[in-house]
Design a protein. Structure first.
Length: 336
């Protein structure tokens, strides 16, 4: 049986009012009915956009060759067609109980998170400006716009809960846009994988209240779409290079990885020495506070399960982020 809430909206989202409501409150009833219908339509639109961002299959049948023009079209369309058009300005941040508010505001991640999104947006747009293919370019522009929107979402969250931020630094346009794009892409592959597990841990443990988890959920899924797009772009790009450029490109990718590993070692040292750590990896900083009840092994398992779940709805012909999960599985053999 459908349960009808006080606002006249059934749990399945369909407005439900008695057909034979009579005056003297006829006017008020009509207005209430119109409001309920409008709320139902709005809720259904939100649910549909949420489903569409998580589930996408290219209608063109048959196998595709990785690195082909069809592959390029597929991963670009995946990003463009799963865009969720939510507006950060209208997000209704839930009121938090005092202890939940204290937990949220005391996390040492908000400066880092805002700055990471700001930097990512500049880097992705800088790379988009170098791309000639119109479809790929518009997918990259959308990716950069979504990073800018993440920054707005975080800024609104910070404002809603009265969290004071450091002044933001400048986000310089990288001298080598390809380097900036690779650094952002591979960095997101690490951070999103960790964030998937940490976010699930925060939900399971009640560290974050359920309403806040729900409000923030689309941002995490968006990062999942970004890394899916990135790994497919990386595979396509490598194959599209002339043979003589591939060794230079491979070297550049290795340099990016060395840079990212050094960056993370620096962050870990900063945490050990209690320095304020204002750099790119907020999941690492959040992990201590969120996962006290989880063993490292259980957290890795959670990251792996969540990674599978978040990627499951997209066309099976697209490559999946593979490198970080493989490392995680390897590490998992040695930790409890
Ligand atoms: Fe982001
Ligand atoms: Fe992203």
């Amino acid at each position: 049986m459908r349960r009808i809430a006080e606002d006249g909206i059934a749990q399945d989202g369909v407005a439900s009012f008695p057909d034979t409501q009579v005056s003297p409150h006829g006017q008020a009833t009509a207005e209430a009915r119109a409001a309920a219908v409008a709320a139902t339509i709005a809720r259904q639109a939100v649910d549909e956009a949420d489903h569409a961002m998580r589930n996408w299959t290219d209608p063109a049948p048959g196998p595709i060759r990785i690195g082909s023009p069809e592959h390029l079209r597929m991963f670009s369309n995946m990003l463009l067609q799963t865009h969720n058009p939510y507006k950060p300005a209208v997000i209704d941040w839930p009121k938090l109980a005092p202890d939940a508010l204290r937990r949220v505001t005391s996390l040492p991640i908000w400066d880092i998170a805002v700055q990471t999104e700001g930097r990512a947006s500049v880097r992705v747009h800088a790379f988009a400006n170098t791309v000639r293919d119109p479809l790929l370019r518009s997918a990259l522009e959308m990716d950069g716009d979504e990073e800018a929107r993440h920054k707005v979402v975080l800024s609104k969250l910070v404002e809603a809960y009265g969290i004071a931020l450091e002044p933001e630094p400048e986000y310089p346009v990288p001298a080598d846009p390809e380097w900036g794009w690779l650094a952002t892409g591979y960095s997101e592959c690490i951070d999103s994988f960790a964030a998937f597990g940490l976010f699930a841990a925060a939900r399971q443990s009640g560290f974050f209240p359920e309403e806040l988890v729900e409000t923030f959920e689309p941002v995490i899924q968006e990062e999942g779409r970004h890394i899916l797009f990135f790994v497919n772009w990386a595979a396509w790009y490598r194959r599209s290079l002339p043979w003589w450029r591939r060794p230079f490109y491979t070297l550049k990718v290795w340099r990016v990885w060395v840079h990212l590993i050094r960056e993370r070692i620096g962050i870990a040292k900063g945490i050990d020495t209690g320095d304020s750590v204002q750099d790119a990896n907020f999941p690492m900083n959040a992990s201590g506070a969120l996962t006290e009840s989880l063993t490292p092994g259980a957290l890795i398992d959670l990251c792996l399960v969540e990674n599978e779940r978040r990627m499951a709805g997209y066309d099976a012909r697209l490559l999946r982020p593979d490198f970080v999960p493989r490392i995680a599985r390897l590490v998992r053999r040695f930790v409890k």
